[in-house]
Structures are given as structure tokens and as C-alpha cells.
Design a protein around this ligand. Structure first.
Ligand SMILES: Cc1cc2nc3c(=O)[nH]c(=O)nc-3n(C[C@H](O)[C@H](O)[C@H](O)COP(=O)(O)OP(=O)(O)OC[C@H]3O[C@@H](n4cnc5c(N)ncnc54)[C@H](O)[C@@H]3O)c2cc1C
Length: 425
């Protein structure tokens, strides 16, 4: 027996997530009976959840949407550095998916996609499969642990957290800071661009320094950056380190961490072995693994090339990719993922109705960085489609704040609430 939507609503109303019913797939293996033209979305993060909501809304509920997400809760990476600084808890950043189901009738499957068959147009889960007319892949990033000798997913989870997906590792890193001696060294390694949230590591250095300044003032924050310089809001971060945390933050350029010793807490670059107390290694990143399963990863073996009018993969028909996994000279941010999701949603509705996507899309991105408990600064840009380059190009007029301020700190909080409401409510 497979479930139709009414059965599914009963199950979710009873608090039973769909992945929890082994053996519920039909004899054909279909997990949820398909009743209309269907879009399956893999990944319920910033990009995927937004695409799900907007496809339902803008198609007047005509297109069936199934959202597959491995986690039961949505935890926001934006502002998760403030958990390390101590001004927020991970609970403050955690939301549920209930409204997407109850208000928009999105079918939410709590499970892991383990394979994709672009020919049969199906995605596979442990208990069966879901067929689609169009598939949206929005898996965020995965980490290239093998690029750093001595590092693994296990070591990240238990002793050298990256905390670059908000959740358990963010809490672990905060606990490590709380246990650190006064006079200890916290080191953060920044991977080479492109990576998720370019200003994020520098914001994190500020948040850790903010905590240490009040609790362990003899301590140091060491930034080991694989890039030749600070890659985002450089002047503003340099000023924050100098003014707010004098003598506490030390920045090393061209200092890619190549090797770690988890037991001894040693990070090795081409130039030095650094022994520290708390080690936060953010590994290089690539598109989430499901992109590889779908055959949409480009020749760089990392990111997914797309047509920027529809976010349809240039490698597989009827499969779209949005968010961090996309290959583009665009910032990998939550705001950008939601902007791409809306263009993709509108294009899918057009394409499924026999129309064509908007030939002249424009999208926006804003990213705040909290540099203390109350002060922030931002970068904001508009990107327009360039017909000749077939790419999204930054339009004139964007840029960064003149200086950090408490007003921007307040606006950053509003930005977070607004975007979470846009994605999930
Ligand atoms: C510390 C930090 C601070 C940040 N601050 C900001 C900020 O201030 N502003 C901003 O705009 N951005 C910020 N970002 C970046 C932002 O979090 C990401 O760019 C954004 O989450 C990307 O959205 P996405 O939809 O591509 O991926 P995600 O939001 O990561 O969503 C991907 C989802 O797919 C799911 N998934 C993956 N594979 C599968 C599978 N096989 N089966 C089922 N589910 C799967 C995952 O569980 C996940 O929920 C920050 C990031 C970090 C780490």
C-alpha cells in the first residue's frame, strides 16, 4: 500500500514522520502515490524549503511538492556563530517544518536520498522511491575531509568540529571554549574560496574573541587562512579585531591547514606546526553528495553548472540545482539560496505549464556579520542576468557598510527573523 496525501496528513498530524513506516511503499516501491504533476525537492534547507513553498504558492497548489529532508528540524547556520559568542543558543535558531505541511500541503518526507535515477525520474530512499516530473537538488555542501591529513568526519564530529552545519558541532565547539584555560589558543582554519558563507569564519573569530575577552582575557584567537587575504568585508573585520579585541586576534594569510593531530591538537601548514587548545578546522567543500548521485556535478568534481534562467542542470534534463551546490561566482549564502529558489520555482511553474522562464532575472543577497554581542556590519548586492556571459553579474550600487554599528546589529536580528519566516512560514 502506498499513501495518498490524506493518509499522509493523518500520519503527520499524529506526529509520525513518513520515514518511520518501513514497508509502506506500494508494490511498485512508490512511497507516496503521485496524484498530479510532481516536483521532488531533496534538501529542506534555505534553498529547498523556499522552493517547496513558492512552487506550491505560485502554482495555486496545482503542482504536487514532495520535500525530502534527513533532519527533523531546521537549524539556521546564519547567526550560529553567536552561539559561540554566547548571545544566542542553538534552540533560538531551531525551527520545525510543520507550517510547510499544514499551510501549503507540502508532503514532507523525513529521510535520506541514497540514489537518483535521471532516466526513470526517481529518487531512492531506504524504504522505497519517489517519482518526479522535475527534481530540485538543494543539498548544501559536503566536506572534503580527505584534503586534510588526519581529519575525518568522525574526528570532526568528536574532537575537531567544523561547526559549519549548525547543530551538534556548534554546541560541541562552544563547550570546548568553555572548558579552555585562560591563556589558551583557539585556532580557526579558513578553506580556500569558494566555500559556504565567505565572511563566516571572520565573524566566528570575532564571536570567539567576544566570549574570550570577558571570560578568559589572556587567550588568543588565531586565524589560519588558506586565502591570500581576508576574502570578505576586509577593512571592517580588520577594524573590529583592532578596536574591539586588541592583541587578541592574530591573522595568518596563505596558511592552509594540510594536516591535523587530533590527540595533540596540532595544526600543520606549509610553514608551521601550531599547537593549540581548541581547534576549529573548516575543511574545503563541494556540492552535497546527492548531486554526484544525480550526475549534475561539473568537470571540477565539486560544483554543479546550471542555466541561470531556470537553475536547470546543464548536464541532466528536468533536474534543477539551487543554493550552495551551484557552480557560480555568487556568494554561497542562505539569502542567495532563497533568491535562487524563487527564480527556480517560477521557472519550473512556467516550464511545467508549457511556458518559458523569465529571460531577465535579478536576485539579491545581503549578509550581516555580528562582530560582538550587539554590533554588526553587512554586505549587500543585486545580481542581474548577463545574456552574453550567461551568468549572474553584480549590478552597480552594492557594497559593504561604512562601519559596524549597534543599529546594524538590531537589523541583523530582524533580517534573520524575516528570512526564517520567508523560508518556513
Ligand atoms: C557559521 C555560518 C554562518 C552563516 N551566516 C550566514 C548569514 O549571515 N547569511 C546568509 O545568508 N548565509 C549565511 N550562512 C550560509 C548559509 O547557511 C548557507 O549558504 C545556506 O544554508 C545554503 O542553503 P542550501 O539550501 O544550499 O543548503 P542548506 O541550508 O545546508 O540545506 C541543505 C539541506 O539538505 C539536506 N540534505 C542534504 N543531502 C540530503 C540527502 N541526501 N537526503 C536528504 N536531505 C539531504 C541537509 O540535511 C540540509 O538540511 C552561514 C553559514 C555558516 C556555516
Amino acid at each position: 500500500m502506498s499513501l495518498d496525501r490524506r493518509d499522509f496528513m493523518k500520519l503527520t498530524a499524529a506526529g509520525i514522520m513518513i520515514a518511520a513506516f518501513p514497508g509502506c511503499a506500494s508494490s511498485s516501491g512508490e512511497l507516496v502515490r503521485k496524484k498530479a504533476q510532481r516536483v521532488v525537492i531533496v534538501g529542506g534547507g534555505f534553498g529547498g524549503a523556499t522552493a517547496a513553498k513558492y512552487i506550491r504558492m505560485w502554482s495555486n497548489n496545482k503542482i504536487e511538492v514532495v520535500l525530502v529532508e534527513r533532519n527533523t528540524k531546521f537549524v539556521s547556520c546564519p547567526m550560529s556563530n553567536t552561539v559561540l559568542g554566547g548571545s544566542r543558543t542553538i534552540g533560538d535558531l531551531t525551527r520545525n517544518y510543520d507550517t510547510l505541511n499544514s499551510k501549503y500541503d507540502i508532503i514532507i518526507v523525513n529521510g535520506e536520498v541514497t540514489a537518483v535515477d535521471p532516466q526513470k525520474q526517481t529518487v531512492m530512499l531506504a524504504n522505497g522511491h519517489l517519482s518526479y516530473d522535475r527534481l530540485v537538488i538543494a543539498p548544501g555542501v559536503d566536506f572534503m575531509f580527505d584534503q586534510i591529513e588526519g581529519l575525518s568526519a568522525d574526528i570532526s564530529a568528536n574532537s575537531i568540529p567544523h561547526a559549519w552545519k549548525a547543530g551538534g558541532q556548534t554546541v560541541l565547539l562552544r563547550k570546548q571554549l568553555e572548558s579552555m584555560r585562560d591563556g589558551g589558543i583557539f585556532a580557526i582554519s579558513v578553506p580556500k574560496m569558494p566555500y559556504r558563507c565567505p565572511p563566516g569564519p571572520y565573524e566566528r573569530a570575532c564571536q570567539v574573541a567576544y566570549y574570550l575577552k570577558s571570560s578568559k582575557p589572556k587567550s588568543k584567537v588565531l586565524i589560519l587562512d588558506a586565502n591570500p587575504d581576508v576574502v570578505s568585508k576586509k577593512g571592517l573585520f580588520n577594524a573590529a579585531w583592532k578596536d574591539l579585541y586588541p592583541g587578541m586576534v592574530e591573522y595568518h594569510a596563505d596558511a592552509a591547514v594540510k594536516k591535523v593531530d587530533a590527540a595533540g591538537k596540532v595544526a600543520t601548514t606549509d610553514f608551521e606546526d601550531v599547537k593549540v587548545d581548541v581547534l576549529n578546522v573548516i575543511p574545503p567543500m563541494k556540492a552535497g553528495a546527492v548531486a554526484g548521485m544525480a550526475g549534475v556535478v561539473g568537470t571540477d568534481n565539486r560544483w554543479c553548472p546550471v542555466d541561470f534562467l531556470s537553475y536547470e542542470s546543464t548536464l541532466q534534463k528536468n533536474i534543477h540545482v539551487i543554493g550552495d551546490s551551484v557552480s557560480a561566482a555568487l556568494p554561497k549564502s542562505g539569502h542567495m539560496a532563497t533568491s535562487q529558489a524563487k527564480i527556480c520555482a517560477a521557472a519550473i511553474i512556467e516550464l511545467m505549464g508549457g511556458g518559458q522562464p523569465d529571460p531577465d532575472p535579478a536576485i539579491a543577497n545581503t549578509c550581516y556579520s555580528m562582530v560582538s554581542g550587539s554590533e554588526a556590519m553587512h554586505v549587500a548586492n543585486v545580481y542581474r542576468f548577463d545574456k552574453e556571459k550567461k551568468a549572474m553579474i553584480s549590478a552597480p550600487g552594492g557594497g559593504v557598510s561604512d562601519s559596524r554599528s549597534e543599529v546594524e546589529g538590531t537589523l541583523a536580528g530582524y533580517w534573520l527573523e524575516n528570512i526564517l519566516n520567508d523560508v518556513l512560514l
